[in-house]
Design a binder for this molecule. Sequence first.
Ligand SMILES: NC(=O)CC[C@H](N)C(=O)O
Length: 350
Amino acid sequence: MPNPSVLPGLKSARYQEILTDPSYAGQFVLMTNPHIGNTGVNSGDEESIKCFLGGLIVRSLSICTSNWRCTETLDEYLRKRNIMGIYDVDTRAITRRLREDGSLIGVLSTDQSLKDKELLEMAKNWKIVGVDLISDVTCDAPYEWVDKTGSGWEFNDNQSSETFHVVVYDFGVKHNILRRLASYGCKITVVPASWPASDVLNLKPDGVLFSNGPGDPAAVPYAVKTVQEIVGKVPVFGICMGHQLIGQALGGKTFKMKFGHHGGNHPVRDNRTGRVDISAQNHNYAVDPESLPEGVQVTHINLNDQSCAGLVFPKMKLMSLQYHPESSPGPHDSDLAFGEFVELMKNNRL
Ligand SMILES: NC(=O)CC[C@H](N)C(=O)O
């Protein structure tokens, strides 16, 4: 039986990338799209080596699969990995409840002998605030990454004539971040979340990327300290959890949102250019921009609620985004952020 967990609402049908996004560790995902499973699963759409989420809740599970890439049904896939899934649930009613009350704690159980009171007790004992979820999803040892994204991604002229060595802190990194960096011409070393900053700086990287990852950024002081030790020394890029850890490392505050941002349809404005991207998002926490020191610029705003969606701090050679420029799933609008990071590393070399 998985732990009782938070229930984020979600609007995407690209379920396999969501199932394998480590940022969902310990949480249930409720799909607002009513029909799920008709494309099955395949080995090419995995975003990490495992499913980390607590459980999947859907309205209607497709009774058949129809896709040339399909190797397995969603049902078989979840059973093999012992991930809880439930269907024939009124997901619309739960979504409306979440919209009113914010993220809720839920319990899924196969043990019919459990009384309502016991289930409630389990729910009350489960926490996401103040819990380190990163240590369960990070890699055990450093490794090199070389795979690039496939031909469908060749819409940007992203090949740099120079190669940049990027060290990626794995707080639960999605593989498409690594694939996109590789496609932009980067040589990539991935290190575990607890890897000492001094060892990373000894590698003399051109840049460091702090990845996405699950849970409360205020509950991982060791990661905040690592970010503090690296920021200002080499160009850095923070994505989602990485962005929040940068916020904390600069002395800013993070807070838990009512129901967070989830799904592939969030409009984000780049304040520097006025350009609006439709972005992929998945976060429950956010950085309070008022708490950040002077010199930090809020570059991106989520247009649904005006929350902070991106930062730069030129003096410290840093940039960060609260959302997912690597997409997978979601629109590819924000891919240029990887190019911006390459430029930051290039300018630092001059
Ligand atoms: N996608 C992520 O990195 C999630 C960020 C963070 N842990 C949150 O839930 O807010």
